[in-house]
Structure formats: C-alpha cells, structure tokens
Design a binder for this molecule. Sequence first.
Ligand SMILES: Cc1cc2nc3c(=O)[nH]c(=O)nc-3n(C[C@H](O)[C@H](O)[C@H](O)COP(=O)(O)O)c2cc1C
Length: 200
Amino acid sequence: MDSFQEALSFRHACKEFDGRKIGEEDLISILEAGRLSPSSFGMEPWRFLVIEDPEVKADLRPLCWDQKQITSCSHLIVIKNQIALVQEEDYIERVFRRRGLDEERTRAYIERYKSFLKGQNIPEWTAKQCYIALESMLLAAAFRKIDSCPIEGFEREKVEEYLGLDRKREGVAVIATFGYRKNPQPPKRRFSLAELVERI
Ligand SMILES: Cc1cc2nc3c(=O)[nH]c(=O)nc-3n(C[C@H](O)[C@H](O)[C@H](O)COP(=O)(O)O)c2cc1C
C-alpha cells in the first residue's frame, strides 16, 4: 500500500478521542492542507477557527448533538464559509490581481466571476468549497496518524450565535475534530467499485 492509500484507510470517523494533544507542528500542517486546497475561481471562501479551550468545547457540545468528539478532541476546526467577502470588490480584486494577468484579461476574468456569482446561491456555493478544505485537512491528519471526525451534526444557528458570527457575512459550513483515537477503528464499509463506477 502506498502512503496515500494508507492514509485513506487510516482515516475514519473517530467517535471518541483519548484526550492527547496534537502538537503545534501537526496542527499547522493540517491547517496548511486546508489553505492549499482548491477552490472555485481561487476565491478561498473559507476561514478557519481553531478551538482548543475546554470551556468553549463544553459549551459547544450540547449544540453539536452532544457528540463526544467535541469535548474529547484535541482541537476543533470550525470551517466558516465567507458569504460577504466573496462579493466584496476589494477582495475580488486581490484574488484576481495576484494571478499577474494583464489588465484586459484581469477585467474579463473578474466580469466572468461576477456573472457566475449571480447564478449562485452564495451561502451554498461557499460552503461547498469548505468541504474540499475539510477533506484535505482530514487526509493531512491521517498522513500524520492523527485521527479526525467531520461534524455536520450541529445546530447551525445556535453554533453561529454562540461563536458570535455576523450571519450575513459568514456561516459555519462544517466542523472538523482532531485528536487520537480512544477505541480501535471499525472495519470500513463501502460499496464496491463495480457498484459505484460506470464507464463509457
Ligand atoms: C460532511 C460530513 C459530516 C459528518 N458529520 C458527522 C457527525 O456529525 N458525527 C459523526 O459521528 N460522524 C459524522 N460524519 C462521519 C460519517 O458518518 C462517516 O464518514 C461515514 O459513516 C463513513 O465512515 P468512515 O468515515 O469511518 O469511513 C460526517 C461525515 C462527513 C463527510
């Protein structure tokens, strides 16, 4: 098995962590994996909120279906989708200008982006990108033998309110928890490629 496949097999939805802390270098490498993820038009419509404070975790747990991962993990990363930022002129300019294209192509690209955006449900579109960053982070962790569990089981409005988010500007797309497994990994349950793949 190559190391990528090993990481794929190692990663599972860890239901309870053993309380050990992740080192700072490992945490940064997980965040880097999020940062380097692809995003539509390169908009990086995510911001990462790292939570380590046990009191904050304890407050969040009842808002997250009382899941053990929330309080037993070493770190939670809340991936916030950026609803307002991706529509702001200054930000759009920053994103497109850094490509170093000439003025005409830059303007054309920006116009294409703006017309694309008009057809989007922006909270949904930005949240979709956040899930790409999520998977990068889960796999980066698995590469380092760090366990994780993605968390969609939470009351969005309550979590956003607790974290003091301005909901017109940003939302909680998804949460990821990281740490070290308490219990052995269960067997993988997946459909076979024969059931999942069609070829033409
Ligand atoms: C976006 C997303 C959200 C999830 N939310 C939760 C969750 O709130 N609680 C949980 O225990 N597992 C959660 N899971 C884990 C899935 O249940 C799990 O990935 C799936 O059953 C496959 O099992 P495996 O990841 O162990 O291979 C989530 C997975 C994804 C991708």
